[in-house]
Design a protein around this ligand. Structure first.
Ligand SMILES: Cc1cc2nc3c(=O)[nH]c(=O)nc-3n(C[C@H](O)[C@H](O)[C@H](O)COP(=O)(O)OP(=O)(O)OC[C@H]3O[C@@H](n4cnc5c(N)ncnc54)[C@H](O)[C@@H]3O)c2cc1C
Length: 362
């Protein structure tokens, strides 16, 4: 629309893509359709991008347009300065983003494959908010990696995650309404539950399941959540609580600094099992096993729930209900709570609902 308006005034407009490696419509399968599975998509998209060999020119002259607005007049920021806490975690701007990615590529990217799933180690690049606000282009990131690194399993894995972001834009572009409509239409018949209390418990980090609660508190505190945790809290919401993935998607939109109109709904559809190349619905993450695997010493959990230190051993920090007396004491002081659902029961109910959906004729 902006382009059309300017062209109607006889102003010549040139646009250049820097938000993505390729335009979504450039990558098609042999039948001329868009890819619904990631691996063959990326096998085609990445070499296509490399072959283009895009070059970047320094902008030498930038002619400013006359304008009289002062940015503070727009009142973009709310009067209550709740956002100031983010200054501890993020340095917005292009320079900060470039520095961050340079440092990451030199010193940490080679361990990406082994460390990427560990919220306690926190070794992903945390570049997503900078990508979201256009402070850095994925083309710059890929260019920098390829300039100084040989491809090893970690590098290939990191590049493929940039690829998932691209794939999400393909889905956004080609599907009906990624934010609201499940790609797998069968899910329109799924028996979701409406339970305001459970949803509020989930949002506030008060489910009684420490890994879920710590993750939701990370989101609230930092405006960001580790990818492994997005999958765990997502699975818990749509499977154990059976609350519609749309609700989780909207809540993440409110809270994430890296909220992305493609990656967020694609991520939620993936978690719910209704997206393209999605995790099957019957794969229900067990929060306790996930804690044991990805936060083995409960370091991440204790960062956000220090009151659970009293439980001492990771085994009990993952499952406070095993120490009934201590949990009762924590509940009395309003410091922690019993689980809002029983994992095994809610898991079985979710599987039954999934079966019922599959038996319905579409
Ligand atoms: C339910 C759910 C919601 C999500 N919502 C968003 C969102 O709103 N915005 C967003 O940028 N990402 C989203 N993701 C993807 C992923 O969690 C984040 O991109 C990642 O955690 C950002 O941290 P990072 O920059 O340290 O990632 P790194 O692991 O360092 O990866 C580098 C970059 O690759 C891209 N990337 C990595 N993983 C994914 C992925 N699974 N899907 C798409 N791109 C990926 C991101 O651009 C990321 O910045 C979501 C995932 C899930 C499961």
């Amino acid at each position: 629309m902006l382009k059309k308006t300017l062209e109607n005034k006889n102003i010549h407009v040139s646009t250049f893509n820097s938000h993505l490696l390729t335009e979504p419509w450039e990558i098609k399968n042999n039948s001329g359709d868009f890819f619904k599975v990631f691996t063959p998509y990326w096998k085609k998209a990445y070499p296509y991008f490399i072959e283009k060999n895009y070059q970047f020119d320094e902008i030498k002259n930038l002619y400013a347009l006359d304008h009289s607005e002062v940015i503070s007049d727009f009142n973009f920021l709310p009067p209550k300065k709740w956002y100031q806490k983010f200054e501890k975690y993020w340095k917005p701007g292009e320079l900060g983003a470039l520095k961050k990615i340079d440092k990451y590529i030199v010193s940490r990217i080679d361990n990406y494959r082994v460390n990427r799933d560990r919220p306690d180690i926190d070794e992903t690049s945390r570049i997503s908010p900078h990508l979201k606000f256009g402070e850095i282009s994925p083309r710059i990131i890929v260019g920098k990696i390829n300039k100084i690194k040989k491809h090893n399993p970690s590098i290939l894995h990191y590049l493929s995650e940039i690829g998932w972001r691209e794939f999400a834009y393909t889905l956004l572009y080609f599907t009906e309404d990624l934010k609201s409509i499940p790609i797998n239409k069968k899910f329109e018949n799924f028996q979701w539950k409406k339970n305001r209390n459970h949803f509020n418990n989930w949002k506030k980090g008060k489910t009684g399941l420490p890994i879920i609660d710590a993750a939701m508190l990370q989101l609230y505190e930092q405006g960001w959540m580790h990818n492994r945790l997005r999958m765990i809290v997502g699975s818990f919401l749509v499977k154990n609580l059976r609350i519609h993935w749309n609700e989780g998607e909207k809540y993440f939109q409110n809270c994430l600094l890296d909220y992305d109109e493609a990656s967020n709904p694609a991520g939620w559809q993936w978690v719910a099992g209704c997206g393209a190349d999605a995790s099957p619905y019957f794969r229900i993450f067990n929060p306790i096993l996930q804690s044991e695997k990805f936060d083995p010493e409960a370091k991440f959990i204790l960062t956000f729930l220090p009151q659970l230190k009293i439980l001492e051993k990771p085994k009990f920090i993952f499952q406070p209900w095993l120490k009934e007396k201590i949990l009762k004491n924590l509940e009395r002081k309003n410091e922690y709570q019993s689980p809002i659902v029983r994992l095994e029961v809610s898991r079985n109910e979710a599987l039954e609902a999934f079966q019922a959906m599959n038996q319905k004729k579409t």
